[in-house]
Write a protein that binds this ligand. Structure first.
Ligand code: C2E
Ligand code: MG
Ligand code: MG
Ligand code: MG
Length: 286
């Protein structure tokens, strides 16, 4: 009898775990060669000024197309890169390449800013501010055109040194955004210590904005909080014209999402509109 009975579930589970771990190691090994094999690339998602529909920047999102595994999501490989320390080398490349690309775009678009995601592991490296300085110098990008996105997890270990580092970077003129705002553990307490410029409101709240009064309340409170702290808000995950309307009603200044564009390669980014038409207001149902 070949079938595994339900009483053998722990064994099944164990096998599953082993496959999972084997896959992880295989992925890790492949990731180690991803850079030299030119399997990494950057995608850019437009950042919109919500009042006018104008494209005012782009978020840089890393893509891995593995020869062995096909496309692998950053949600999967970024943690692996962090655990193996590879994120430092990869992150340096992302920063340089993004700055280089943005400097080219700057020449034809005014007031353009490029944002780059940075992991805790990169900030733990004391030479990170040199990495930023180098990327700016090599590309000629003005510091104010660079936005560094961090998550709350950056303050879980050794907050003092990271706060110092972020202050150093900000003194260069580079701006800082707190990503995925509202999803972390004690997001609010960090706002006391951190000098930042932008809050990125997590897409969970935006995708529920038109469906849930609670989500709307959270968005509204975040806007009030940001205003009091003199921070700008960037909304993630705008997928419909309605999302856009609602955010305009809440006076949210910036946003991004599939409604405008998915993250796309540089060449495709250049073909996107420079300004998106404001959506027509739907007839009110009441
Ligand atoms: P994130 O920084 O919060 O990036 C936003 C994610 O939301 C991206 O997923 C983007 O494709 C997705 N997104 C954008 N608009 C919409 C929308 O309208 N609806 C929905 N459902 N999703 C939307 P992606 O590209 O898979 O990246 C996932 C995460 O991986 C990023 O989250 C970021 O934390 C990390 N990541 C990506 N690139 C890098 C990188 O170069 N360095 C580091 N350290 N992390 C990165
Ligand atoms: Mg981000
Ligand atoms: Mg985010
Ligand atoms: Mg997010």
């Amino acid at each position: 009898q070949a079938r595994i009975s339900s009483s053998n579930q722990p064994l099944e589970f164990k096998l599953e775990m082993e496959t999972h771990i084997a896959n992880r190691f295989a992925l890790q090994r492949a990731l180690r060669h991803a850079m030299e094999n030119n399997e990494l690339s950057l995608a850019y998602q437009p950042l919109i000024h919500l009042n006018t529909g104008q494209v005012v920047g782009a978020e840089t999102l890393l893509r891995w197309h593995s020869k062995e595994f096909g496309p692998v999501s950053p949600v999967q490989f970024i943690p692996l890169a962090e655990q193996t320390g590879l994120i430092n080398e990869i992150g340096r490349w992302v920063l340089r390449e993004a700055c280089r690309q943005a400097a080219l775009w700057m020449s034809s678009r005014k007031d353009f800013a490029i944002s780059v995601n940075v992991s805790l592991e990169q900030l733990a490296d004391t030479s990170f501010s040199d990495t930023v300085r180098d990327a700016l110098r090599m590309s000629g990008l003005p510091p104010k055109a660079l936005l560094i996105e961090i998550t709350e997890s950056v303050l879980m270990t050794d907050p003092a040194s990271i706060i110092r580092l972020l202050r150093e970077i900000r003194q260069l003129g580079v701006r800082i955004a707190l990503d995925d705002f509202g999803t972390g553990y004690s997001a609010l307490s960090y706002l006391i210590q951190l000098d930042i410029d932008y809050l990125k409101l997590d897409k969970t709240f935006i995708s529920n904005l038109t469906r849930s009064d609670r989500a709307a309340t959270i968005v509204r409170s975040t806007m009030a909080l940001a205003k009091a702290l003199r921070l700008q808000v960037i909304a993630e995950g705008i997928e419909t014209p309605d999302d856009w309307h609602r955010l305009n009603d809440e006076h949210c200044m910036f946003g991004q999402g599939f409604h405008f564009s998915r993250p796309v390669p540089a060449a495709q980014f250049e073909a996107l509109p420079e300004r998106y038409p404001l959506p027509r207001r739907r007839e009110q149902a009441y």
